[in-house]
Write a protein that binds this ligand. Structure first.
Ligand SMILES: [Zn+2]
Length: 87
């Protein structure tokens, strides 16, 4: 029985190492979920799309068209996003 317990512990440790070492590669370690394009509302994979820092927050856009729209009037899209988060 003791052998089985050690095997489970080793397997668990190995699993954790796999998770930490071979997880999805991100540019920013903390970003693990998809971000919502504030312009069109589409979910964008952090590995793709166009990223932009605004007010110390990173926003992700599905296309350069959405990025341009955001650049033209960031506040408009930010308030819309905030409303969605509150509801
Ligand atoms: Zn978009």
């Amino acid at each position: 029985m003791k052998g089985l317990l050690w095997f489970l512990l080793a397997a668990g440790a190995f699993y954790l190492m796999m998770r930490l070492g071979f997880g999805p590669h991100r540019i920013h370690g903390s970003t693990s979920e998809k971000l919502t394009d504030p312009v069109c509302g589409m979910e964008v994979d952090p590995d793709k799309g166009y990223a932009k820092m605004y007010r110390r927050r990173e926003y992700l856009f599905c296309s350069h068209l959405c990025l341009d729209k955001f650049d033209a009037d960031p506040e408009r899209f930010l308030t819309r996003e905030q409303k969605e988060m509150e509801s």
